[in-house]
Structure formats: structure tokens, C-alpha cells
Design a protein around this ligand. Sequence first.
Ligand code: BG6
Length: 512
Amino acid sequence: MDGIVASASSEIQGAGAGTQPRPAPPCTFVVFGGGGDLTKRLLVPAIYNLACAGLLDDGFSIVAVDWAELSSDILRAQFHDALQEFVARRGTSATVLRDDIWQWLHTRVTYLRGSFEEAETYDWLAQRVGGGNAVFYLAVAARFFGPIVDNLGTSGLTEEADGAYRRVIVEKPFGHDLKSARELNTRLLGTLRERQIYRIDHYLGKETVQNIMALRFSNGFFEPLWNRQNIDHVQITAAETVGVEKRGRFYEGTGALRDMVPNHLMQLLAMTAMEAPVSFDADAVRDEKSKVLKAIHSLMPEDVVRGQYTAGALAGAPVRGYRDEPDVAPESRTETYVAMKLNIDNWRWAGVPFYLRTGKRLAVRKTEIAIHFRHAPYALFRDTPVERLTPNIMIMHIQPTEGVTMQFGAKIPGPTVRLGGVRMKFDYSEWFSEGPSTGYETLIYDCMTGDATLFQRADNIEAGWRAVQPVLDWCDRPEEAPLCSYAAGSAGPVEADALLARDGRHWLGLTA
Ligand code: BG6
């Protein structure tokens, strides 16, 4: 199936260009867990990219708070190495670290060795931050979220005086289930106002996820078709080739469902299914997301498949099964794959199933949303060699490929009426030449400028957990939540195929 490849046109691009963003106001960016992996792999590269784009003020600085025996100099050297690795790995336009930017950045990094639970740490921070703007980024294990925010509150660091802002970014996992997410919200809201809390879901930092809204609402031809009259079903896939890596202990208590569904997959679903908000105002967008998530019909056990990978092969190399991974129990019943069928009970979507699947150690790495349209009536073709019509599918590719594919039928050249499926593809990288990004740039910049649109509000988080809570309840009763197996490197358990087959449908292939 050869595609028609869209090509860049500066004329069209120019017509859509917006105004250039301005540097964020001065800010002390305090990272709890500042010596950790997330900070080095993602936050510091994102900050570096913001600096390259001229989006940081001269009054910007980083304070990394952590337990480890480090000094500011050692941490700066670690950041430097991490940045070099990042530009070498991800670089497109520039593959070497910009010295001018590094010189600017490194003098702005300070390390504070301290406990997250002792007043001394916060006294020091209060002195350091003074009366200025501050972002507190919680890049720490979830058990510290509550204590850190309590301490920030007690030490007065969350008070916004004289126009200065104080904001807290909370990493995932936000809660372990609906009850704990509610408790955490209540605890944070005991100290902070909702507008000070930025609950992160890194999927919302991905350009292609943000593009779902742009695509749907800035074009005249999608929205009129975007409903149960025209759409047969939707498939949302987040397939990974990686296993649990060094996170066995964390993953044992989490599993694929908690790790990916109430957050990342629900965000993809909300972006795809929400009504058009009246503006890009954070609350207008988040109101619509909440509404659609709350309209998800209560899940039934037969609509869920849980799987765990056994030994298999990926890219020709053997890989071990989940139960043989480090820090995983030999009898573990933790799922590494989950597929489910959801129904959204509202006027736009009633009767249109949304099939979701996510898993580790699958055949390919691929995140995409496929909108399957209803078949056209066949009558016209009944006296021709055409046996069936090509399904119309629109695929929004989130990663690793970024773009949109439209699949439809066309006449195969020749004297008889024969149809072939063709694909028309828009590829992000062919149209736009954006620099390397981690996905955290927008999120950090938005927080510093007070735009919470891409962050989850308390009710969004709770709506995501509410949707999956019935499955979590069954998992406490193993006989009701069977665990299937699939070989590493496959497309997932056969039971997940049966979930669609019983509705006369099938998953799109898991191929690169
Ligand atoms: C994280 C999960 O939130 O998302 C990981 O904890 C998962 O298990 C990751 O691998 C996937 O993110 P991405 O951006 O690689 O799709």
C-alpha cells in the first residue's frame, strides 16, 4: 500500500504561525529528588532546551534537594555529563552541548543535602527563595508527596505574598487507587490552593498528544464526523518493547493497569473523546476532560484482559520472562499487559466501544490512537469483483513515529472495478523542524507561566482512577481476575484478540 506523502509548504506553514513565547518570569526551581534519575535524564535537559530557546529569565536558578552525599560541584558535573549524553542521543539540529548555555546554566545550580522530612531543610530553602517566585518539583517516591507539602506549608514556603507565586509540581503515581488519590488530594489541598498544584502526566507534554486537540478543533472536516453516527470504534494502544528494567520492586506493587491506564491512556482517551472546550483556559479544557471521563460506563470483568510476559525474543535476542526479572516474585500475579473495552455513556459516543491496550515486552514500541469509521454501504459494488470495502481508519501516531495516517479505498487502475486500500500520511518531522525535546519543556514552562491546561486537576485524576477501580477491586480477588500469559516479543495474549473478535473486530497489527 503506497501512501501519498504530504510535503511541506512554507506558504501554508506561515499562515498558521503564532507569536513567539516570552521568557518565563524569574523563578527558583526547587527539585526534591534533585540528585535522582528523572532530574538528570529529563528535567535538566528540558531546562537546557528552554535556555537554548531563550525562555528562561536571568533570575532563574535551580536548587536540587536530596539525601545523597553530593556537592554543588559534583552535581553540576553530573548534569553536564547527562546533558552531553542527551544532546548526543536526541540531537537533531545540534549534537554538541552549547557552551554559552552551559556557562549560563551551571552557575545557577545549587545542591542542598537534606532530609525531606526535617524542618532544617525548609528553613534553608525559605532563606534561599526569599520573597520570589518558586516552583517545587516533587521528583521523589510517592510516599514523600504528603510530608514535603506539609513541610512547605509549615515553613511558610507555600504562601504567595506581594505577587510572587508558589507552585508545586507532583509527579506520578498520584495515588494507588481511587481512595488513596482522594486522600492525597485532600492532604495537598489542606496546604495549597488547587491553582498552586500541577499534577504531571508526561504524556501531556508530548507534542503529538497536544496535537490531538489542535487536529480535532482547528479543522473543519474532522469534527462533523467525530461521533457515533460515523465512528465504529476506537483503538488506543501504548505498546512498549522494554521490560520492567530495574524497576521490579516498584512494578510488582503497581502493574500495567495502575502504571499506564488511569493516567496516560485516560488522557489519550479524554483528548480523543472530549467535547470542544470554549477556550484554551485551563479550567475550560479540564472541565471537558472530566465530563468525558466521568461518562465512562462501569467496567465489567469480561471486558478486561490482564496478561504477564513469559520468556521470548525481541529483535532476535532471547529475553527472560517477567517472573525471572530482578526483584519480582517467582509466583507474581502482577500484570504487565492490560486490554479493556470501555463504553462512554453520552450522546456523542454511546454504542462506540473504546478498546485500550498497553503492555511491556511487546513486539514493537508504538503509541497510537486509531479511529475506525463505519463502513460505507456496499450495494453499489455488489455486481463487481469487489468483495469488501476498505475500512476507513484515521491513525494518530503518538510515538515513535509522530503524525497522522488516513486509510481509505481507491480504484486500482485497470479495466475492471477493483479497490485497494491506500494510506495518506502526514509526518511531523517532514513538516516541522523542531529541536530535540524531552516533552518536559512545555510542562515546566507552562508551570512557570501559570498555565495549568496540560496538568491534571484533582477531579481529572479521580475520574481516571474511578474508571479503573472495578478492575483493581477484582485484582484483590484473583479468581475473578485471571492472568493470561504472552511471550515476550509477541502482540500480547490471545485473550485480548478474543475481546475484539467477539464484537467482530480485530486489533490493528503491532508492527513497526
Ligand atoms: C511511565 C511508566 O509513566 O511511562 C513507565 O511508569 C512507562 O512504566 C512510561 O514505560 C512510558 O512513557 P513513554 O513516554 O516512554 O511512552
